[in-house]
Write a protein that binds this ligand. Sequence first.
Ligand code: V47
Length: 353
Amino acid sequence: MDLIAKVRNKERLNRQEAEALYDLDLYTLGMLADEIRQQKYGKKSYFNINRHINPTNVCADICKFCAYSASRKNPNQYTMDHEQIVSIARKAAENGAKELHIVSAHNPNDGVEWYMGAFKKIREALPNIHIKAMTAAEVDFLHRQYGLSYDEVLDMMIENGVDSMPGGGAEIFDEEVREYLCKGKVTSDQWLKIHRKWHERGRESNATMLFGHVESRAHRIDHMMRLRDLQDQTGGFNAFIPLVYQRDNNFLKVPEFPTGQEILKTYAISRILLDNIPHIKAYWATSTINLALIAQEFGADDLDGTIEKEAIQSAAGAASANGMKLEDFVAMIKNAGFTPVERDSLYNELKVY
Ligand code: V47
């Protein structure tokens, strides 16, 4: 059976077939992905009102692609104390944020207490806010630095008020590329193991893929296949988020950046391939808002959120430092022909605009 018919019949694609999807033209891929997206969600596009908090940029690990961590290229170290973090959280909640997305660098100076205490204090101050925090890379860092098992770290997160895990730290699972990009950080197997353990606790998480640097199309497919396999077993992933590599202020020099076509193809292929992950998120901070709006026609049904402040991608050149106004965000989704739906962090619908 040909590839297009197989997709339309909802038959699972193997690795070879998945790689061959990239050989289809963009419009065919877009049409196939859009059919799946529309069957699932019609014209609804999800987002949430969230606040990203990046409490420290002091990092014990070195990732070539990272412009956020303090280094030769970014000598301005900072670490927020708990009062600062809680104060940001309170203000965000007053401004309507329902989710705090908290991601830190791997700071070896302040101990597990600094990480966990922040969550505990936010939880005490704001009992109802959703805390999405701790990438698997951070979990692995606390394990390496303080001799805690993954189980211990994950249980501490739950005890201190973390609700769900973000999808960061996945980068590209292929071991050779990973070694080149971020040697010493959480390995692919460890990343998957940590998410498995989190899901076994009845908790949900997301999964990212950093692309558009030195990886090949086959590496992207391999990445998605590993996620599809784990999701078959646990069902705990809510969203897949292809992150487009941002090139400024870091140590990863890339000969050629992905075209808009390649980015849209990757969104579409992820929608087709990841038949068991409910949502595909076009994270506008890395795709640009313009391409994220178009990605809605290429399989993406989620645009993340208003963000408010963001330090990781903006350090590398993205236009996300100050988030987006809710009215503008909603208007852009509407003008693109979609129905903005505010959701909570676990995709319960809160308001249809
Ligand atoms: O894992 C670092 C990425 C990630 C660069 O779960 C870069 O809802 C592009 O995981 N260019 C952290 N990306 C952010 C993240 C995330 C974002 C939005 C939503 C969710 C979610 C998770 O940022 C890291 C890394 O892959 N990153 N440097 C860069 N130069």
